[in-house]
Design a protein. Structure first.
Lengths: 399, 231
């Protein structure tokens, strides 16, 4: 298989960008990636553009956004495709770009993910995301993703002894990282006193889907992220001299049952485990080799569950690492150094791309002061769609 | 100030208001926000705080700031009946302002909620404090509310499940532009109180004293690059 380098990364701030057009936001992130790669004047070397997005047709009344982006960027006649795979759209788009280059079909691919969700109310956005659930067995009964998050959290807490304080500690860690990330939607740090210990915490950190509270859930965000990939053996690599390349060394993806009630053990996230196993096998690495990770914490419980499922910790043991501070930026295994979905935000189609953007930034040593991992070698991202029914894992390594 | 006879004729009749007992709220970032009534002699610093936001169209800060400025001035000049102003302050620095007035003994009319420091639900806490004042402390039956921004609509109309009284127009008519009037009833207030109203009383004396004098914010997240010049 061809070796594939990430040669440019771009990002918009995440937050409320509902005054802007979705394609313009994606164009901004794409231009940022081209500038980072040093190919603004040579952009015609991009042969294929893959866009990841989940809701343009429903939320923004826009379709055909991949070809629209190509046109907005003046990249014609580059190929344009849209990947919609729920909240894992970004990871899937990168995987498909990876496959396109690995197969020899193309040499240079740009993957740009974007979403504008804040033009509607939070409840409408939640309802929109819930369209990925089974229409008759789940959605019709009023189930939403936060509802699943709450039920999953309760079940996990009862089985493994995780406490609300542990969940609050994850939020504090994520906000600490997010407060130093210029792209983060929520840049305000929070404290254990503020969201857990104070007598006002029940209101300040109000329950949303118990036991999940406001600070246990990601915000509804707008934003875009972009990466440019090139085959390491391609003559076109000569154009990418501005930054040291970071390599995609492992990719995996897997699907679990659409309906959660069909799973033997609802706490088990088989697609997470399978996708990670594939990625580790391709990379020739194991969980102990990973320096830091971006895990899809749309609900803070998912950072715990995913970290165990992929083998960072034994099942039920992540809480001990959290309590010891091992997952903080200076800990043994920093998790969600960007702030994660929790603080950086979760514009669905952009999320998987943004996670890989963070891997590259950390591996280059370009993260902001106070959130740079010390000498990272390998970073891992898990992009989680549905309630674990489609998952993509990507491992990146320093050149 | 000596108030002459003509000035008295220009002033509205006032309903005496029970004072709002100050409280302190620990915010998510651990900072402690004192919520208390502003006094008329603090008008200068309130106006100084509000004024820069008159030029910020994003999230309708312009209209909220312009109207709030006029309402605070009207309160200071005794040209608005039964108005009160609550302020949220962290270490004396103003982080949010809310104001309201009484239509009569039983009906309140919420005017504006201005959040300066974002991301900590300060506006939500101050709005809740305003409702607490109307319903619990002044003993009113209901508060009429309108929203000038989508954020306000989501926070008040949707999250509080306010009653839509649009169909009773013009009998139920909020003063702000004739836009649809929603109502927080006593029943609705007590149904959401545990989720919305926070704060501890009494405020430790030292903390309360720390909120006097009030100071205007040096920076506004709504105005990138703004830095208040030192006097």
């Amino acid at each position: 298989m061809r070796k594939i380098a990430i040669t440019g990364i771009g990002h918009t701030v995440f937050g409320n960008l509902s005054d802007f057009d979705l394609v313009d936001i994606m164009a901004y992130a794409s231009l940022d990636a081209m500038e980072d790669a040093g190919i603004l004047d040579k952009r015609d070397i991009i042969e294929q553009v893959i866009v990841s997005n989940m809701g343009a047709g429903i939320l923004n009344h826009q379709t055909g956004i991949a070809s629209s982006l190509v046109s907005r960027l003046g990249l014609e006649p580059a190929m344009a495709e849209l990947v919609e795979n729920g909240p894992a759209s970004g990871g899937s788009a990168i995987k498909i770009g990876f496959m396109a280059i690995a197969s020899g079909f193309v040499d240079v691919v740009m993957v740009t993910g974007g979403e504008v969700m804040r033009g509607v109310t939070g409840w409408e956005a939640t309802d929109f995301v819930a369209t990925l659930l089974h229409p008759e067995a789940e959605y019709n009964y009023g189930l939403t993703l936060p509802a699943f998050g709450g039920m999953y959290t309760r079940m996990y807490m009862e089985k493994y002894g995780l406490t609300e304080k542990d969940l609050a500690l994850i939020a504090v860690k994520d906000h600490e990282n997010g407060s130093k990330n210029p792209y983060a939607h929520v840049k305000v740090p929070c404290t254990l006193e503020g969201i857990f210990e104070s007598p006002d915490a029940d209101v300040v950190n109000n329950p949303i889907a118990e036991p999940l509270r406001l600070y246990g859930m990601c915000p509804v965000s707008d934003g875009a992220a972009s990466i440019i990939m090139c085959a390491a053996d391609s003559p076109k690599m000569k154009y990418f001299t501005q930054k040291a390349p970071v390599y995609i060394v492992g990719v995996g993806s897997a699907t679990d049952t659409h309906c959660i009630h069909q799973r033997e053990n609802p706490l088990e996230l088989k697609a997470v485990r399978k996708s990670a196993e594939m990625a580790f096998k391709m990379a020739g690495l194991n969980p102990g080799d990973i320096s830091f990770a971006e895990l899809h914490d749309a609900f803070v419980i998912l950072e715990v569950a995913i970290s165990e499922e992929i083998g960072f910790f034994n099942r039920g043991k992540a809480k001990e690492a959290i309590r010891r501070g091992e997952t903080r930026i200076n800990g043994r295994l920093p998790l969600n150094t960007s702030g994660g979905l929790k603080a950086k935000g979760h514009p669905l189609g952009a999320t998987g791309v943004s996670q890989v953007h963070e891997l590259v930034k950390q591996l280059r040593g370009e993260a902001e002061e106070g959130r740079q991992v010390k000498n990272p070698k390998h970073g891992l991202a898990v992009n989680f769609g549905g309630f674990g029914n489609n998952v993509v894992t990507i491992i990146c390594s320093k050149g | 100030m000596i108030v002459n006879e003509l000035e008295q004729k220009l002033r509205p009749p006032e309903i005496p208001l029970k004072p709002y007992p100050p409280k302190v709220i620990t915010l998510a970032n651990g900072e402690r926000m004192v919520v208390r009534e502003a006094t008329r002699d603090e008008t200068g610093v309130l106006l100084e705080t509000v004024y820069p936001l008159v030029g910020v169209p994003k999230d309708f800060y312009d209209i909220v700031a312009a109207r709030l400025y006029a309402e605070i001035l009207g309160w200071y000049r005794h040209r608005v009946a039964n108005e009160f102003v609550l302020v949220g302050a962290i270490d004396g620095e103003i982080v949010g302002i809310v104001n309201s007035r009484l239509v009569d003994e039983k009906i309140g009319m919420s005017l504006h909620t201005l959040t300066i420091k974002r991301g900590l639900r300060i506006g939500a806490q101050l709005f809740a404090a305003k409702m607490e004042y109307h319903i619990e402390i002044l003993g009113q039956n209901e508060v009429w509310i309108v929203a000038e921004s989508p954020i306000g609509f989501r926070r008040w109309m949707i999250e509080y499940g306010l009653e839509n009284r649009e169909h009773l127009y013009p009998e139920v008519r909020h003063e702000l532009g004739g836009v649809p009037t929603y109502v927080l009833t006593r029943e609705l207030y007590f149904a959401v109180k545990d989720l919305k109203v926070s704060g501890q009383r009494p405020v430790p004396e030292k903390l309360l004293e720390g909120s006097r004098p009030l100071t205007p914010p040096e920076e506004y997240p709504q105005i990138p690059g703004y830095k208040r010049s030192k006097k």
